[in-house]
Design a protein around this ligand. Structure first.
Ligand SMILES: C[S@@+](CC[C@H](N)C(=O)[O-])C[C@H]1O[C@@H](n2cnc3c(N)ncnc32)[C@H](O)[C@@H]1O
Length: 247
């Protein structure tokens, strides 16, 4: 998980900041991991870093998953595509991909389960820590609250959001709605192949979606980040299938 951040640290880099005193006083197991982003040609110096507050004792949305490290690196490498775009991250948790997008000039809305206020509060703290101005929204997949109707993203991101197959249909319902609500939008997601690739393919067809791109997550991340990550992680880009009649 955050081992990837440590592996990118060069000796001249300052350590990540300490967690805020009010959180430490509560006795929670908070750590801050630092994630570096570098030009491919300059492996020993970095362009910027993002600090992430993680809480190992809490739920899934409170630490940085490998899928998020891979998606964040993709956003950084493809930055000309993301700069200036309206972007929504679903199930963002600690939000590394969305924060990288904000850093390179995207207009970012970070979302996570409306029923997990501690995750949303952690997102706020992480944005403040990195001095990044992102909108934060409680958005539960498959629930139709008013703010969802106002989102018209150019790009939707989701890292490790395909992990509980009972949520897949709800997630696809929300993604399909967002894709329909804004022309030309794409959904870019990274997932562990353990999650059932065939089920994802089946649901894409069911929801009238098509795969535009499928990449092995390890095919583009730098070796020093890959060495501390494990698993079969894929990046897939999804759009509405024009051949389907959408209601
Ligand atoms: C495995 S974590 C991934 C977090 C983060 N994207 C990452 O990769 O580090 C899954 C995330 O999805 C969120 N989530 C789970 N079920 C959800 C739902 N029904 N609606 C919205 N978010 C949900 C969790 O709160 C959590 O942040």
């Amino acid at each position: 998980m955050d081992g990837a951040a440590a592996s990118t640290t060069s000796p001249s880099n300052s350590p990540p900041p300490s967690p805020p005193p009010d959180l430490l006083a509560k006795g929670t197991m908070i750590t801050v991991s630092r994630h570096y982003f570098s030009e491919e040609s300059a492996k020993d110096s970095h362009c910027f870093h993002i600090d992430i507050m993680e809480n190992m004792e809490e739920n899934y949305g409170m630490f940085v998953w490998p899928c998020s490290i891979i998606l964040a690196e993709y956003v950084w490498q493809q930055r000309s595509r993301f700069a200036g775009k309206k972007l929504v991250e679903l199930g963002a948790g600690t939000s590394l991909p969305g924060l990288v997008a904000a850093k390179i000039g995207a207009d970012v809305t970070l979302t996570d389960d409306l029923h997990k206020p501690e995750v949303l509060e952690n997102m706020r703290r992480i944005c403040n820590l990195n001095k990044l101005d992102c909108k934060i929204l409680g958005l539960t997949w498959g629930e139709w609250d008013a703010p969802l109707f106002e989102l018209q993203p150019d790009i939707i991101l989701g890292a490790d959001v395909f992990y509980n197959s009972t949520d897949f249909d709800d997630l696809f319902a929300t993604v399909t709605f967002l894709l329909q609500n804004s022309q030309g939008t794409v959904f870019i997601t990274t997932y562990h192949n353990r999650s059932g690739h065939h089920l994802i393919e089946f649901l894409m067809a069911k929801w009238g979606l098509k795969c535009l791109k499928l990449l092995d997550g390890f095919s583009f991340i730098p070796a020093h980040k890959a060495s501390s990550l494990q698993g079969n992680i894929q990046l897939v880009e999804i759009a509405l299938d024009d051949r389907t009649v959408h209601q």
